[in-house]
Design a protein around this ligand. Sequence first.
Ligand code: NAD
Length: 293
Amino acid sequence: MQLLDGKLLSENIKLELAAEVDTLRQQGGKIPHLAAVLVGEDPASQVYVSSKIKSCEQVGFKSSLVRRPAETSEAELLQIVHDLNNDPDVDGFIVQLPLPKHINEERITLAIDHRKDVDGFHPINFGRMAQGMPAFLPATPFGIMEMLRRYNIETSGKHCVVLGRSNIVGTPMSLLLSRKGYPGDCTVTLTHSRTKDLPAEVRRADIIVAAIGIPQFVKGDWVREGAVVIDVGINRIPDASKKSGSRLVGDVDFDAVAPRCSYITPVPGGVGLMTVTALLMNTLKACRKEIYP
Ligand code: NAD
């Protein structure tokens, strides 16, 4: 079994990005600028946003953070989105989800200029991705695809079972892995909460992508010998042996599954770090106008 090391991989990619920024600086080119909008005080969102800002600093990107209280109205947030759409210095931006209940997330996502949508959530990017056209890919699936590519994992003709059908992970993963090319050309089964006999579906998989949000849900005897396991889940469970009283685990029962796999992502240290790095890769693409010349 080999670990798919998201920490090492993202450090390597960040070095590449930092080198690109140096070259841009020497040539007098524009330095990539990512903006993040954070509404409210959700602790997990604060952690995610600060890690995105910190990652920008590490590679030499410019970053800015727009913080607003939870009471911010939808109209005010739409105005912020409008201003970022029209700010020529901002190459890409994200509005951190979830938003407070009184704000319609769909309306906000639709208001973002798709040419600056580095989260890849706008339907124009989603549709273009589905058709195999150049698009900003959603960060988590983009990070996973990059991980498969950089570890040279064979995907052609493989049977991939995706668990979870969210718009940000499961559904785009199923589309990307079934697309023509590498990594791709898989036969994909997309499973969800209504799937009958999920263990039997998972046992048929050469590649498993678990994105459901239930701690240690995928059991050892669900996994075929030699399977590749991508664990997207980030779940906090109680652990009295830790100072904090808790620890992070994935959607896969790592200890039982790992000995059966050819490759597996750890949690933490796997997909999560690649997600932030993929956002940086999208920001560089936005700055270079690679997707929308
Ligand atoms: P979600 O919470 O929006 O949806 C969960 C999906 O799981 C649904 O499609 C549902 O049908 C399916 N599901 C729920 N119970 C099931 C069951 N018993 N059997 C089969 N399917 C079931 O999903 P999400 O936003 O993609 O998040 C999934 C997990 O991934 C969460 O733990 C989240 O924290 C994590 N996540 C991690 C990253 C990262 O960067 N590593 C990014 C996004 C999400």
